[in-house]
Design a protein around this ligand. Structure first.
Ligand code: ADP
Ligand code: MG
Ligand code: ZN
Length: 547
């Protein structure tokens, strides 16, 4: 029997992390485990170890071919007999695998949920000794469940067919409801629940009102993260391509990645991102699950993620090496409405949870973690903690908006309501009459963006509900009535504006930098001023090499 110690030295690690050890021990004494740890928490080592320590073959169920292939390759390099069994194998390879399984030549076997629930496969597995079942990325059970990958919800048969084989479900950040879904579906409700702190302290969180998004990103890339490796998440495939080529044209090495790309291009881009310094991956969420790139320094959300879980997971891809990393999410009212409009009912709920996290006052990290039931003190290094700004009482503003929604029966777009408040004469506003006009021009104390922030807040905290099912329609909830009656106050954080950098300014700064560098190399003895030094440090060469 192989010991924990041997495994550590074979994989080149000093020690197990506390949670890893606890999970391995529980499995080795035959218990089921649900292990929740953030991306990068080291979940793989748990099932790899337990699978090797216990007698028999460790079976790992994993949702993506690419994940399996990558792990199998790494494991083989350390002398572990790891295989995968999926639709990519031809008949001959399948026969070889069956032979190896029957002759005790396999330590760990990876397969998809679709494969394992096949009666023939289950039948075959009954005849061999199995050490553990591991369900990796178990949140997929709740996420994909019936609709997309129904086999995920059939994995409960493992418990009934193999009552003596311990099961471990592994997942990133999920909420309580998802935990219950996983436990029920896998029939492991008596399992040991192990939960790591979700907090990834090395990642700085920034969230800001989207204005000129591309220029805001440029500022971030150039002033906060020059020359670093990172991911920019976009909602649409088209946008990943557009944004990547725009960044390329500015001399920043960037690659698109989305599900509709050729498999070989995806692989190529992933490899370049993994191996080259300073590459920017502009991707849809197709890029990410299970990727293990240690030195991602930043994650930008150009569009809204689909839930707090998705947000946390996507951000969590940065800084896996434990060194400082940053994240920036840009969004505005329009993004909220669009996200709602294109999602289905279930999605709507997740989005609402996300909006609440985004619209909450105070420390960003605290708000996010409290969604997952974890209470922390203000973090000290999110945008809110770094520049604490006073809050404002926006109750009167909220009353104006709510009244307008009421007067117009909720069918006017928010932009028209804001224009009414700002006293703008335009086509939409012209159609408005009656009581509505009493508020015409009565909201000049706020700018357009400030008004939209008020509306964002009203949506985020459920004062109003936007119905996209047929035509756009806004409903006032019970809470809204309390605001209208003055029984409830609305407090808003002051908006912090994330700076912009346009293409021309970027060029000018880069030219300055080149001049400086040339000047510095001519005269080594002449020290640079503080400002010049900053410029040189800020602009790492890898970033401008292609200019
Ligand atoms: P997860 O599946 O939880 O996202 P992984 O299993 O991919 O995380 O592991 C993330 C990283 O942590 C990997 O680079 C892995 O090599 C490293 N790692 C895991 N366990 C340890 C350990 N005990 N000591 C040092 N590094 C570890
Ligand atoms: Mg993993
Ligand atoms: Zn904070």
């Amino acid at each position: 029997m192989i010991s924990k110690h041997t495994i550590l030295s074979r994989f080149g690690y000093q020690a197990y992390r506390p949670l890893q050890e606890e999970a391995i021990d529980a499995l080795c004494s035959g218990n089921d485990v649900l292990l929740m740890a953030p991306t990068g928490g080291g979940k793989s080592l748990v099932y790899q170890s337990a699978g090797l320590i216990r007698d028999g073959i460790g079976i790992i169920i994993s949702p993506l071919l690419s994940l399996m292939a990558q792990q199998v390759e790494t494991l083989r390099k350390t002398g572990v007999n790891a295989y995968f069994f999926n639709s990519a194998l031809n008949i001959e390879e399948q026969d070889d695998l069956v032979w190896a399984l029957r002759h005790d030549q396999v330590d760990l076997l990876f397969m998809s949920p679709e494969k394992i629930v096949q009666p023939a496969v289950i039948g075959f597995l009954k005849d061999i000794q199995i050490s553990i079942f591991a369900i990796d990325e178990a949140h997929c059970i709740a996420q994909w469940g019936e609709a997309f990958r129904p086999e995920y919800s059939q994995l409960g048969t493992l418990r009934t067919t193999f009552p003596k084989v311990p099961i471990i479900a592994l997942t990133g950040t999920v909420d309580l409801k998802t935990i219950q879904t996983i436990e029920n579906s896998l029939q492991i409700s008596g399992c040991l629940l192990l939960k790591n702190s979700f907090d990834r302290v090395n990642i700085e969180i920034q969230i800001a009102q989207k204005r000129k998004a591309k220029q805001q990103i440029l500022y971030f890339l150039h002033h906060e993260m020059a020359g670093e490796k990172g991911i920019i998440y976009c909602r649409s495939r088209k946008k990943t391509q557009e944004l990547a080529s725009w960044l390329e044209s500015l001399g920043l090495t960037s690659l698109p990645y989305h599900a509709a790309m050729q498999e070989q291009d995806k692989q190529k881009h992933h490899q370049r991102f993994l191996n080259e310094p300073g590459v920017i991956m502009v991707a849809t969420t197709a890029y990410g699950m299970g990727i293990d790139v240690p030195d991602i320094r930043f994650v930008i959300h150009f569009d809204l993620p689909s839930s707090p879980e998705a947000y946390f997971q996507e951000v969590g891809r940065a800084g896996r090496d434990g060194k400082p990393a940053k994240s920036l999410l840009l969004y505005g009212l329009q993004d909220m409405l669009q996200a709602q409009q294109f999602g289905d009912g279930e999605n709507y709920e997740r989005l609402s949870a996300l909006f609440k996290v985004l619209e909450s006052r105070g420390c960003r990290r605290k708000n996010l973690l409290s969604h997952f039931g974890e209470e922390i003190a203000p973090c000290g290094h999110c945008d809110r903690c770094l520049s604490p700004s006073s809050e404002q009482n926006a109750t009167i503003a909220a009353q104006k908006i709510l009244s307008l929604i009421y007067y117009t029966k909720g069918i006017q777009p928010f932009s028209v309501l804001v224009d009414v408040l700002l006293g703008k004469h335009n086509k939409g506003v012209m159609k408005i009459h009656g009581e509505t006009l009493s508020l015409f021009g009565k909201g000049r104390e706020f700018t357009d963006i400030q008004w939209k922030a008020v509306i964002r807040h009203l949506i985020g905290f459920g004062y109003i509900k936007v119905d996209h099912s047929t035509t756009f329609c806004v409903h006032l909830n019970q809470k809204a009535k309390r605001v209208l009656k003055g029984e409830e106050q609305i407090l808003l954080p002051h908006e912090r504006y994330y700076p912009v950098l346009d293409e021309n300014a970027l060029h000018k700064e880069l030219i300055d930098w080149h001049k400086l560098k040339a000047w510095k190399s001519r005269d080594q003895n002449n020290p640079l001023s503080d400002r010049q030094l900053r410029l040189v440090q800020q602009h790492k060469p890898s970033n401008v090499a292609s200019l």
